[in-house]
Design a protein around this ligand. Sequence first.
Ligand SMILES: Cc1cc2nc3c(=O)[nH]c(=O)nc-3n(C[C@H](O)[C@H](O)[C@H](O)COP(=O)(O)O)c2cc1C
Length: 337
Amino acid sequence: MTPYALIRPLLFALDAERAHELTLGLLATGDSLAFWPPSPPGANSVEVMGLQFPNRVGLAAGLDKNGTAIDGLSRLGFGFLEVGTVTPRPQPGNPKPRLFRLPEHEAIINRMGFNNAGIDALRERLAHVRYRGILGINIGKNFDTPIEKAVDDYLICLDKAYPLGSYITVNISSPNTKNLRQLQGASELDALLAALKSRQTELADRHGKYVPLALKIAPDLDPGQITNIADALRRHRIDAVIATNTTLGREGVESSPLATEAGGLSGSPLFEKSTTVIRSLAHALGGELPIIAAGGITSGERARAKLDAGAALVQIYSGLIYKGPQLVRDCIEATSA
Ligand SMILES: Cc1cc2nc3c(=O)[nH]c(=O)nc-3n(C[C@H](O)[C@H](O)[C@H](O)COP(=O)(O)O)c2cc1C
């Protein structure tokens, strides 16, 4: 039995968001993980987006939105961490309750709505972080910024995140910010990526370093939409794509009384759907840019399956809630050459 198997019933006895805050608070001290053995040195190192990753397993966005637990999380052995989503201004997110566990399905439904302290607070926080590994910063738009002005919000965040991130993720796939997913449409995406690419070129010049851009997409896309997105990514020379965010679908959890809660579904039932997106993307991209997989990774075997479908790196979130930190090690082992 892993230590987490003992702790989990205590955490699951609490309201989901309360348990999340408590765990993040403990991780924030970093020292609470002193018992956790350090991760083995870098025999599994891999180059993706021009960056050297010590292993292929990362933390997905949304768990540490404000970067308060980076040092503690890094102790779990991740090859990279992604913080955010952050928005230009702080915002409280949706009313509670907004986070639900479906333990019989190893799933989560959330409608957090980008609750975060804003990009300036994240910058301040990052100034005090000891972690020197690969850090992705995931950026979004404020809920009250009209969708026609979304590009402005992404550019504000890109300017401020650029000097501090190893890569920047552009999140246009949260289901909990009204109309956000419209940005995946052909003309909207074209305009957004053109603006971001041109700003990235300016910033690379200004800061004397190239910081890659990744686009994070939804699993709820038909094959035609996936082809359009792949074409846009290649045309605008975006550095990577993260597939996928949570789903609006409820396949596999229909029997749960919580299935009717609004929000995005993640965890085990998302696995097949998001892996199918990876396969289509891999085909459409022809290896031109790397895919980072997220969605339903609850075992080392499933992490491996994402690589087999065409991904270069994987990220986990919900699996961590159900399986605990041992999952990081299992995934590293299963995705090492
Ligand atoms: C509670 C919760 C909050 C999330 N918040 C974000 C977020 O702020 N930004 C983002 O890009 N993805 C967010 N995600 C999506 C995850 O990063 C990931 O893409 C998705 O959950 C699928 O992976 P999983 O099945 O391993 O959880 C969130 C997921 C959960 C469960």
